[in-house]
Write a protein that binds this ligand. Structure first.
Ligand code: AMP
Ligand code: MN
Ligand code: MN
Length: 328
């Protein structure tokens, strides 16, 4: 059903622009940040004036990425309005305009929506949405190919981080031959793959481990459906431990249980009015329909949304839906 991504049209839009702003989704991750930085480096090589605006402060764990210092936080309308207009705004790894936060208000000629999410709602003037892409970094690499930009070490390091992160170190269901071919290409470009893996994995702070401990304490296997397990964290829990900069891969804790097919992490917001949902599944089971039912999105087997209510309401409404996903 989805239209084939038009790489040439996107390359033409990039070629035509002199001033480009890169942006990505709120609470961005290695895919959104790495893709934007890789594009930033490459577009500078093409002689473009390039800026990189993040709608929320990028987590410091990503500071090892080459040119991380380019990222500027634009998390309110005044900051977006203060930015000089650009010819082209490139959104990477973001499925809908809402998830661009204040960066959606950056003044631009055209908006290029570069992504790989199945639920992407095609919010750009140009939509380079490639659902075959393992990560947004792979979509960006194909675009750079069309622009005849060589993948140097700095670009490759950023792209490798996008690949490792979105495949869960080559574990998730999006890991296929194309993912390994991309990895080999990046390794050929000089990436120290082990160093990137360590930087993404072995850089936890004691506080992050305290969050992991809290997650293990709150781990529940569903009484009716033992293939469903998750972690529900109240705002009091979070207040007691302190909010981490990044919630990392806590949802992998329930996922790691033998026999688990659907996993969730629910975290209550500070005011108890919203609950952040993060869900994972193994094929053929799907979690994106559940995320979409609450205005969120993602991939078939990795999706998220913000539930409009307390943690208790979220559990009451969402757990039965997750059980139902396992019945199909
Ligand atoms: P997360 O559970 O936050 O790691 O997100 C899993 C996947 O779903 C990622 O690819 C996210 O970009 C996507 N995602 C998470 N939350 C939302 C949302 N509210 N709207 C659209 N996509 C989302
Ligand atoms: Mn992402
Ligand atoms: Mn992604």
């Amino acid at each position: 059903m989805s239209k084939r991504p038009n790489y040439l049209a996107a390359a033409r839009a990039v070629a035509d622009a002199a001033d480009i702003v890169l942006t990505t989704h709120i609470n961005s991750d290695a895919d959104g940040i790495g893709t934007s930085l890789a594009l930033a480096i490459a577009l500078e090589r093409l002689g473009k004036r390039v800026r990189f605006a993040c709608p929320s402060k990028p987590a410091s764990i990503y500071a090892f990425l080459p040119r991380f210092g380019m990222a500027q936080t634009v998390d309110n309308d005044a900051a977006a309005a203060a930015m000089a207009p650009c010819d082209l705004l490139i959104s990477s790894d973001c499925g809908d305009l809402k998830r661009l936060g204040a960066c959606a208000a950056i003044r631009h000629g055209k908006l290029l929506n570069l992504d790989h999410h199945a639920t992407n709602d095609r919010f750009g003037h140009l939509n380079l949405v490639d659902e075959q892409g393992t990560c947004s970094g792979m979509v960006a690499a194909k675009l750079l190919d069309k622009l005849d930009v060589a993948i140097d070490r700095e670009i490759a390091d950023n792209l490798y981080a996008t690949l490792v992160f979105d495949t869960g170190r080559f574990m998730h269901s999006n890991t296929d031959a194309a993912a390994f071919r991309f990895a080999a290409k990046l390794a050929d470009a000089g990436v120290d793959v082990s160093a990137i893996n360590r930087a993404l994995t072995y850089t936890k702070k004691p506080h992050d481990l305290a969050i992991t401990r809290l997650g293990i304490e709150r781990l529940t296997v569903d009484a009716q459906e033992p293939r469903l397990a998750g972690i529900a964290i109240t705002r009091a829990d979070i207040a007691a431990v302190g909010e981490p900069e990044d919630w990392g891969e806590l949802v992998d804790v329930p996922r790691s249980l033998a026999g688990n097919q659907v996993a969730y992490l629910f975290r209550e917001g500070k005011d108890g009015q919203t609950t952040r949902m993060s869900m994972r599944s193994n094929p053929p089971f799907q979690v994106s329909p559940v995320a979409q039912a609450f205005g969120g999105g993602g991939h078939l087997q990795a999706a998220g949304a913000t539930f409009p209510g307390s943690l208790a309401d979220c559990l009451r409404e969402v757990i039965p839906r997750l059980r139902r996903q396992l019945q199909d």
